[in-house]
Design a protein around this ligand. Structure first.
Ligand code: PLP
Length: 397
């Protein structure tokens, strides 16, 4: 049947997709909340039919039609999160993994298994991504370049160009469109963990693969580890085959929590970004701060270099939690040279612009004045009184 123009569903706004994508069938199922399917296995009474379905997966990597066979192959709750994230990033498909690092590993294996073992990358990247590439742990080889050097560094066996923008931890921004152009036919992978699809959709600028540590803003509450890649269906098929073979699957409960996290992603990112912009402004005027890094794009991450000892600031915050990671509803601060980027060799850290005075703060949903008074006191080395900690629950930690 031909579709008349009036029957075409208009594209929906991101905020609408965030609460509805991956859940369109719920009303027909007679439920309101997303079903959580924890099954590790599924009844397979017709073995001949199952054999045919498994052969098809092995040959194509397409999602199984019909019920899943085994939890490492497919899970309906995780598939809802994948569908929703793909829609938010404007991708054909998304494939979820146990963590951001599992997702990156799978992408490297997809390319390496096609004989394309060489990666071109721009520093800085998240410390462990840098380490994974630099160590050659997965049999890949990396050439580190400035953005202007990408085209020249590409070889016949280059399988991927990898960048982060805004980058962890300096929040350096790259012109993704120009970069995608320099990559020619080699896919550009953009880690979009910091911007999220609320602020930036790299596929629209020519990137071919988008990586997220879903642990961060997508989950948004600091209680779920996950990773996801948004890409074209052909790449997704290869990623599903690698995931099945190597086992870095996302747990269904994590899929459930991530899908729930997506529904508030636009609201959280916008509110947290507004507070971050104000803190960046105040830090920029503060004589105790040497330099502030805050992206033109906006966002809820602020990095700043302090005049005095950064470790004292970390030790002095009281409301802000001194902890690695980011993207939660509560604010976190850490010293990249000691934690998130510790695994990167000191010289490489420097070449990526990561100074020893640099602190990286993930701004949460607290009131801006409360955050500022905590930062202000910590920058002066005058920690405020710690709030009384209830004894309850400590035994369970
Ligand atoms: N990419 C970025 C930008 C990150 O910040 C992180 C973790 O901090 C990762 C990837 C890795 O993600 P995960 O910790 O979920 O494995």
């Amino acid at each position: 049947m031909e579709t008349t123009p009036s029957a075409v569903t208009p594209p929906r706004a991101l905020a609408t997709e965030a609460v509805h994508a991956g859940r369109e069938d719920l009303a027909a199922l007679g439920v309101h909340a997303t079903p959580l399917d924890l099954s590790t296995t599924y009844p397979s009474a017709d073995s001949r039919a199952e054999a045919a379905r498994l052969d098809e997966f092995a040959a194509t990597g397409a999602r199984l039609s019909g019920p899943p066979v085994y939890g490492r192959l497919d899970n309906p709750t995780v598939a809802r999160f994948e569908e929703a994230l793909a829609r938010l990033e404007g991708a054909e498909a998304a494939v979820a993994f146990a963590s951001g690092m599992a997702a990156l590993s799978a992408m490297l294996l997809v390319r390496a298994s096609a004989g394309l073992r060489h990666v071109v990358a721009v520093r800085p990247l998240y410390g462990c991504s840098d380490h994974l590439l630099n160590s050659g742990l997965l049999g890949t080889e990396v050439t580190w370049v400035d953005p202007a050097g990408i085209e020249e560094a590409i070889r016949p066996d280059t399988g991927l160009v990898m960048v982060e923008s805004p980058a962890n931890p300096t929040l350096a921004e790259l012109d993704l469109r120009a970069l995608a152009h320099s990559c020619g036919t080699v896919p550009l992978l953009a880690d979009n963990t910091f911007a999220t699809p609320v602020l930036q959709r790299p596929l629209e600028s020519g990137a071919r693969v988008v990586l997220h540590s879903a642990t961060k803003y997508l989950g948004g509450h600091g209680d779920v580890l996950g990773g996801v890649i948004a890409c074209d269906e052909a790449t997704a098929r290869q990623l599903r085959q690698i995931r099945f073979a190597t086992g870095g699957v996302l747990h269904p409960l994590a899929g459930y929590l991530l899908l729930r996290g997506l529904s508030t992603l636009p609201v959280r990112v916008r509110a947290q970004s507004a507070t971050a912009a104000e803190l960046a402004r105040r830090l920029g005027e503060d004589p105790r701060v040497r330099r502030v890094h805050y992206p033109r794009l906006g966002g809820a991450m602020v990095a700043f270099e302090v005049v005095d000892d950064p470790h004292e600031v970390i030790a002095s915050v009281r409301l802000i939690t001194p902890a690695v990671s980011l993207g939660s509803v509560d604010s976190l601060i850490q010293h990249p040279g000691s934690i998130s980027h510790r695994i990167v060799d000191e010289r490489d850290r420097r070449s990526g612009g990561i100074s020893d005075r640099l602190l990286r703060m993930s701004v949460g949903l607290e009131d801006v004045e409360d955050l500022w008074s905590d930062l202000d006191a910590a920058l002066s080395g005058r920690p405020r009184e710690r709030a009384a900690t209830p004894a309850v629950g400590t035994a369970a930690r």
